[in-house]
Design a protein around this ligand. Structure first.
Ligand SMILES: [Zn+2]
Length: 592
């Protein structure tokens, strides 16, 4: 008997994961061997670039009009070594690293949202690892691309870098993850790049930092070393909690660019009230989320420390290596949980005009839906962390959980049946390998007609056009192990260009996010009402609409005060000045 069947052997299954090497943080910290690590990403068919279904690396340098040859990650020389070794002088390693880290971000979003990710138009996002010469890197929403700069390190004060050495922003894990998160947020909520209030851009920045820093906790070896060195206490300053060290030092700041720790190790109660610079304001969100992360982590390891007879984390003797292993596991799990929670909250965010208060409400509501009992008090930790930093949602009576949960709302007719069935089917198929990347197209007409029929119930203005912005099913498993399917659809309305005085180029927008169960019955309507075009706004919704308009007006006036170009002799600049002030290319200069 032969073990080879007639017709030749069957092909071996493709591995599910592809190992690739990266600098754990960036080359400055990476010169020590321990900071060159291997991560694995989902294995997908790749063309040289690498070009995959969601990410396409294009190595064109516009400053020098140069095209670097693309890496072939399927080359046996690369495959057998588990990816190219980290090398600063090898562009093909740079291409590999941006692909690997960006893929990790996509995977984290897919895992949290329970659905397969696709960028708009089902085209991959482009990544240019050496796009230009400059101390910058940014996501460009028009090009749907990430652009990474490179520059010479500060000549006088480069920190541990060599003066004048070339710094590549595409070799920083944090910068890649941060820029990629901007792209992911923009894919889910395209109007969050519009500064309609001081929190929207700050949210973009803070959220991108949160994802980048939380991803550090998946570097198992480094996490164990950190826990050993710090005896289980994660709150100590160091690379695990810092963002973009090399960039920070190379640009002469004598420190990492930003950190997840509160300055002076205590919450700054004033910062949220006083700062409007998006990165600085974003850091308030980062500090709040990490504060909650630390509390949850401490709660999770308390029993381990007690069992080991080690009452406190920061005791004076070394933790046993077995204990380090278990504590590291809990730290990694907690980080993954918080990451998932932060991303999952998107399904419960309004489509426009986001505030930190909305984000807190979305965080607790989405978490409550999946983990109603909150045994580790993770939600309470979050609420408290926001409260001590002065972040209180508008219009809630207290910060008790029940007051923060979005109130359940129904609509008299379920979502259109055929649309629901089509979407559920498409969503389920998207997880089968043969359908991966296949475009999913839903017809907005039926959803639009439904929204028009129920405009009042959805806090929409029946007198204005309604745009269907996104419709998808999400699949999650509850702690009881049950599959939970929900449908999420966003409707958006936009005031006219000159209505309300134009608002300096950022139109007043309204709309709602509708969350329905799998039978189409509406469960939540999370809305931002617009003043009605016929002037008939009344009641609570009318008051809320007028308050939003006034707040946006006040925000334009406030930013005028800090704009040196606000001597408005240039009418063209004046009319679009809010937009001009807030492009990521401009905001990111030196700050990312
Ligand atoms: Zn940014």
């Amino acid at each position: 008997m032969s073990i080879v069947r007639a017709g030749g052997p069957t092909p071996l299954p493709q591995p599910a994961r592809r190992p690739l090497k990266i600098f754990a943080f960036d080359p400055m910290l990476g010169r020590a061997a321990r900071n060159r690590i291997s991560i694995d990403v989902p294995n997908e068919p790749l063309a040289p670039g690498p070009i995959g279904s969601r990410i396409e690396v294009v190595d064109y340098d516009a400053s020098n009009r140069l095209r670097y040859p693309p890496v072939d990650l399927n080359d046996p020389a690369v495959l057998m070594a588990g990816g190219i070794d980290p090398m600063e002088a090898e562009p093909r390693f740079h291409q590999q690293m941006v692909y690997a880290v960006a893929s990790r971000v996509v995977e984290n979003f897919e895992r949290a949202l329970g659905r397969r990710w696709a960028f708009r138009g089902d085209r991959p996002l482009r990544i240019y690892p050496h796009a230009f010469e400059g101390r910058n890197a940014f996501y460009h929403s028009g090009l749907k691309a990430l652009l990474f700069g490179y520059f010479q390190a500060d000549l006088d004060d480069p920190g541990p870098n060599i003066p004048g050495q070339t710094i590549y922003t595409c070799l920083s894990h944090d910068i890649i993850a941060h820029e990629m998160s901007h792209a992911m947020v923009d894919r889910m909520r395209e109007h969050f790049l519009e500064p309609s209030n001081p929190d929207t851009l700050a949210f973009h920045e803070g959220f991108a930092d949160i994802i980048a820093i939380l991803q550090h906790f998946s570097f198992t070896g480094i996490l164990r070393q950190t826990i050993t060195a710090q005896r289980g206490d994660l709150r100590a300053p160091g690379p695990m909690l810092e963002l973009a060290s090399e960039f920070g030092y190379a640009t002469g700041r004598q420190a990492a660019l930003r950190t997840a720790l509160d300055p002076d190790a205590k919450p700054d109660v004033q910062l949220y009230q006083t700062t409007s610079e998006p990165h600085e304001r974003g850091s308030v969100l980062v500090h709040a989320v990490f504060d909650a992360f630390f509390s949850t982590y401490q709660a999770r390891i308390a029993d381990l420390l007690r069992i080991s007879g080690d009452g406190t984390a920061a005791s004076d003797h070394e933790l046993h290596p077995d204990l380090v292993g278990r504590v590291a596991e809990e730290a990694a799990k907690t980080a993954q949980n918080v990451l998932t929670m932060c991303i999952r909250a998107f399904e419960y965010l309004p489509p426009v005009d986001l505030t930190y208060g909305d984000y807190l409400r979305a965080l607790v509501t989405s978490d409550f839906e999946v983990v109603p009992d909150d045994p580790l008090e993770q939600r309470n930790a979050l609420i408290e962390a926001f409260r001590v930093r002065g972040i209180v949602p508008h219009g809630v009576s207290s910060l008790a959980l029940n007051a923060l949960l979005w109130p359940p709302r129904t609509v008299s007719e379920p979502l259109p049946r055929q649309q629901v069935v089509d979407e559920l089917q498409a969503g389920a198929l998207a997880f089968t390998p043969t359908q991966a990347g296949a475009g999913r197209h839903w017809d907005p007409k039926a959803l639009n007609a439904w929204a028009v029929r129920h405009a009042d119930e959805l806090d929409l203005d029946g007198g204005r056009p309604i745009r269907v912005q996104g419709f998808h099913a999400l699949y999650r498993v509850t702690r009881e192990g049950q599959l939970r399917i929900e449908l999420v659809v966003q409707f958006i309305q936009t005031a006219g260009d000159n209505e309300f005085g134009g608002l300096a180029g950022v139109p007043l927008r309204g709309g709602c996010t509708v969350v329905a169960s799998s039978d189409g019955e509406v469960r939540y309507v999370i809305s931002k009402p617009l003043p009605k075009s016929d002037g008939s706004s009344s009641g609570d919704r009318g008051a809320e609409a007028r308050a939003r308009l006034e707040a946006q007006r006040a925000f334009v006036e406030e930013t005028d005060l800090t704009d040196a170009r606000a001597a408005f002799d240039n009418a063209q600049y004046s009319a679009r000045r809010m937009e001009a002030r807030t492009s990521l290319a401009r905001l990111h200069r030196g700050l990312l």
